[in-house]
Write a protein that binds this ligand. Structure first.
Ligand SMILES: Nc1ncnc2c1ncn2[C@@H]1O[C@H](COP(=O)(O)OP(=O)(O)OP(=O)(O)O)[C@@H](O)[C@H]1O
Length: 278
């Protein structure tokens, strides 16, 4: 792995998560020598992830980028406890993951909305799960519906929505749940550019205001650099980490304006080259 761009020990000079959280905080996620194999038709296992070592700090915003099939979603699923590693171990908040850890929220590529519940009820589920008092539900749901541009659709069922709208409802449910650790797999993938920008800004606002940790999988390098403290680059066959970059761009960060900075462009170019796109 390219170590030259790793954070310094304290992160103080970079304004990164390590710098903000102080010296005593425990890492949020640790992957130690993690490998994952799936059975293949030939009888031999298919190695999807090989020897992954990764530490995600408390309050860090970390993105994972890499070509299709390099194991990004699998990595997220291992952290979420939805499947076990074949080798190594995964820890969240110091405990070995054996099932979905507490205070962790997921948003996967395919939305997992309740088909029989309305948009408002789907979002409200996040509030129920985190124990928000009933009396506060209406106001928070209305706020999120406004933010997501879904106010007119509050009583619609998921089947009557477009893919991008369903994705916004799933994001609304996650924002309503407001866990300590957000695991997000291409959460903005089906959104148009304008909504993407609004969602990116909202996610950054929530992340910085409420001290959340985020692991964010995306194909969009600009999105990754715009949002993150650190970007991890993976390669395929087998899936592995090939480089990582501390994103030393100013915080608080304007998700759109930051794209105009020359450092932003330079980072994106470097990451594109790592992925093999000149
Ligand atoms: N449950 C499974 N059983 C068998 N193979 C799987 C399973 N899940 C993933 N794979 C395989 O693992 C590899 C990595 O898949 P994964 O979805 O993690 O990649 P990815 O980097 O997230 O891809 P994309 O960017 O296209 O979403 C692929 O070859 C995929 O076919």
């Amino acid at each position: 792995m390219d170590q030259s761009v790793r954070s310094d020990e304290t992160g103080a000079a970079t304004g990164s998560a390590a710098g903000r959280r102080g010296p005593a905080a425990r890492p949020r996620v640790v992957l130690e020598g993690v490998g994952k194999e799936f059975p293949s038709s030939g009888g031999h296992g298919l190695t999807v992830l090989d020897d992954i070592d990764l530490v995600i700090e408390d309050r860090e915003f970390l993105s994972i980028v890499g070509p299709s099939g390099c194991g990004k979603s699998t990595l997220l699923r291992l952290i979420s406890g939805l499947m076990p590693p074949s080798r190594g171990r995964v820890l969240v908040d110091g405990a070995v993951v054996t099932g979905p850890p507490p205070d962790v929220g997921f948003m996967f590529q395919r939305d997992t909305l309740m088909p029989w519940a309305t948009v408002a009820q789907n979002i409200g589920l996040g509030l129920e799960l985190n124990g928000t008092p009933k009396g506060a539900h209406e106001a928070r749901i209305a706020e999120l519906l406004d933010l997501l541009g879904l106010a007119k659709f509050r009583d619609f069922l998921p089947a009557a929505l477009s893919g991008g709208m369903r994705q916004r409802v799933a994001l609304g449910r996650l924002l309503a749940y407001a866990p300590a650790l957000y695991l997000m797999d291409e959460p903005f993938g089906a959104l148009d550019a304008m909504t993407k920008m609004a969602m990116g800004r909202e996610l950054l606002r929530i992340w910085s205001r409420y001290d959340k940790s985020v692991v964010f999988v995306t194909h969009d390098i600009e999105e990754a650099v715009g949002l993150s403290d650190r970007v991890v680059v993976m390669a395929a066959h087998p899936g592995r980490i090939v480089s990582e970059y501390v994103i030393d761009l100013p915080r608080p960060r304007d998700f759109r304006a930051v794209r105009l900075l020359p450092e932003f462009r330079a980072l994106c170019e470097t990451i594109w080259r790592d992925i093999g796109v000149e």
